[in-house]
Design a protein around this ligand. Sequence first.
Ligand code: COA
Length: 170
Amino acid sequence: MSLRVDVCTEDDLAVLLAGETSRHLAHHHRERFAVQAQGSGHYLLAWRDGVNVGRASLTAQSKYAPVRERWPGCAEVNALAAFPQGQGTGTALLRLADSLARADGHQRIGLAVDPDDPGPRRLYERLGYRLWDGGPVVDEWVELLDDGGSRPHADPSDYLSKPLRENTAA
Ligand SMILES: CC(C)(COP(=O)(O)OP(=O)(O)OC[C@H]1O[C@@H](n2cnc3c(N)ncnc32)[C@H](O)[C@@H]1OP(=O)(O)O)[C@@H](O)C(=O)NCCC(=O)NCCS
């Protein structure tokens, strides 16, 4: 089974929405595709034999104010997920994020990580990401519940980043 990673097309979005039972995820598929359509990012998808096996959003700016202040041009990866895990999907999505961010002219890329979950962090460090010295960031997001309600979250996170070009400070 060969892995294909690419940006989301309108046809891909239709496939995602047709198979999506979660209101929360359906909202995010639409939202990330809209960000891409506005030219402010890319929605990256991974496929094996026509089945969606992973995703990540790549945005032109960080969602965290302290990161934007320090590195206004820092691209950011959010919502990375692979299913099943451990088959190289996360690695392939992150490599595609690097190359798209470079092609868009970004000199740095970053992401937030759960400080209590060492698995993803190992992968990010293997790909060159390092903890910034700006302290924790708070990942604020709203979960849309299938009963129509919503639940706010505020997760303290570590911020990792890496330069995309040699000898530059983004
Ligand atoms: C994190 C995630 C996207 C990585 O994608 P993946 O396709 O599983 O990763 P790959 O197969 O490309 O690489 C495997 C590497 O991921 C890391 N890893 C990620 N999660 C891990 C876990 N739970 N246990 C062990 N290693 C893990 C390891 O470094 C592993 O490499 P190793 O086996 O040499 O130690 C995926 O595991 C996932 O969806 N996790 C749940 C959601 C999540 O935590 N997202 C990240 C939010 S910051």
